[in-house]
Design a protein around this ligand. Structure first.
Ligand code: NI
Length: 183
C-alpha cells in the first residue's frame, strides 16, 4: 500500500529545531523534515548536494559570497563543497532532499577527521558536556544525515568510519535505516 505524506501533519509530530526527521526515500536520497530556528553552524558536505525547500516561514542560507533568502514555496540547491550556514529568525519548516550517503568520508583519510564525527563506543556523541549548546555535535551530525534515537545514540554499524589502513575488508554498515516516523 502506497501512502501519501501530509507535511503539516508530519511537522506536527516533533518540535526540536535542527533535528531532521526522515519522511521518505527516493532512490539514494532521503526526504527529511526539519524545523529551523536561530543560527546553525557553517559547514559543507564534500560529496553531497543539498536541497532546502521552505514549507512554512522564511529562512536564509548564508553563503561565503552572499545570502540566499527563501520564502514559503521556494527552494535552493547547495552544491557539494559549498560552505553554508542556515539561519531562521523565526521558526521555519523546511524539507531537505539529500543523498543517504552523507558520511562518505573516504576522501578525508589524509586530513583529520572532523570533530563532530568522533562518537563513543555506544554510538553517542561524546562531547555533550563540553560544548554549548550541549547537543550541537548531534545536530551537526544530524545535518549530515546521521539518525539518532531518543537516547542520543546512532547506529554505529552504519555510521562508523574506519580509516583505510585499518579496514579489514568488507562493507561497513548495510541494513535498513529506520524512519523516525515509523513504518
Ligand atoms: Ni548542509
Amino acid at each position: 500500500m502506497i501512502e501519501k505524506v501530509n507535511l503539516s501533519e508530519k511537522f506536527g509530530l516533533f518540535s526540536e529545531h535542527w533535528s531532521p526527521k526522515i519522511a521518505g526515500e527516493v532512490g539514494d536520497s532521503y526526504v527529511k523534515l526539519v524545523k529551523f530556528q536561530g543560527d546553525f553552524v557553517w559547514h559543507r558536505h564534500e560529496e553531497e548536494d543539498e536541497m532546502f525547500f521552505v514549507v512554512r516561514g522564511e529562512i536564509v542560507i548564508r553563503l561565503r559570497d552572499g545570502d540566499v533568502r527563501l520564502s514559503e514555496g521556494e527552494f535552493v540547491i547547495i552544491p557539494r563543497g559549498v560552505e553554508h550556514k542556515p539561519v531562521a529568525r523565526e521558526e521555519a519548516h523546511v524539507l531537505l532532499f539529500e543523498p543517504k550517503t552523507v558520511l562518505n568520508t573516504g576522501d578525508v583519510v589524509e586530513e583529520s577527521v572532523p570533530w563532530q564525527r568522533v562518537i563513543n563506543a555506544q554510538g553517542a556523541c561524546s562531547t555533550g558536556r563540553v560544548i554549548v549548546p550541549p547537543d550541537l555535535q548531534q545536530r551537526m551530525l544530524e545535518s549530515e544525515g546521521v539518525v539518532f534515537d531518543a537516547k542520543g545514540r546512532c547506529d554505529l554499524s552504519r555510521y562508523r568510519w574506519t580509516p583505510e589502513e585499518y579496514e579489514a575488508g568488507g562493507e561497513v554498515g548495510g541494513g535498513e535505516q529506520p524512519s523516525l516516523f515509523g513504518g
